[in-house]
Ligand binder design. Sequence first.
Ligand SMILES: O=P(O)(O)OC[C@H]1O[C@@H](O)[C@H](O)[C@@H](O)[C@@H]1O
Length: 293
Amino acid sequence: MTTHDAPQQPRALHRTGPCEFGGLPAVHLRSPDGAQATVLLQGAHLVSWIPAGDEEQLYLSPETVLDGHTAVRGGVPVVFPQFSDTGPLERHGLARTRTWTLEQATVRGEHAFAVLTLEDDAETRALWPHAFTLELTISVDRRRIEMELAVINRGDTPFEFQAALHTYLACADVRRAQLEGLLDQNYHDKVLDQPRQQWIDVVTIAQELDRIYWESPRQLLLREVGRKVEIRQTAFEDTVVWNPGPERSAALPDLPDDGWLGMLCVEAAQIGNPVRLAPGEEWTGMQTLEVQT
Ligand SMILES: O=P(O)(O)OC[C@H]1O[C@@H](O)[C@H](O)[C@@H](O)[C@@H]1O
């Protein structure tokens, strides 16, 4: 099935609580002021964020496969415990294709939030032999969304992991968008497979771009005509900026040929220094998006 655009009732009618999205189990959030978000249980994958009085801020490919186990193209995939193909696991790890448990979905004060968890099982231990709990808390209010990923070592030996919140921001036309705030930053250019330094303050997209900015600033700004989105991260040390450009967009089966024009991934990531967690320890990282007026 490739339809994601058919939540079962008009979005405005959804309240905070379990729902379906494209036929899959999901949870919907709606804060008292009307900010909304929808999260699939598969991967704890945020597929929609609509700030109060505004429009959709995330890109979700109309050609993504929604079958409950194939990686979803767009929204916010959770990457864990391996970034991309840097290790032996499936690309971007094992969290995005597994079904998480919805622990809580509620409205408190001005916020609506949901908590989803994933624990190791025989299948994950066969791939990655560690006892862990992941907890993703997503909270919306007004013009802001916060995504907090917690990783807990529940085993009796230490483990190391990489992680990312692989956010696909929607763009009207990415060729006219600017990502600001990365001046002077060192990065690894994955397209050229070379280390580089950012020598102008804005990143613009005209073709494939795939970069890991090391120990990046905590705050960036995506600017388009009539729109500014602030992107903040805490604890995540690195930031990945990715757009497939026209050729890869045409080659990816779950993205329309012109899909690259409508998206820019700005990912809060922990790649260069994998986190080492001793038994019982917990690590928490957060990405916050806020639409500026
Ligand atoms: O197609 P996937 O597995 O979702 O990955 C998408 C992209 O994710 C980015 O994080 C990587 O830097 C890219 O190299 C990769 O192509």
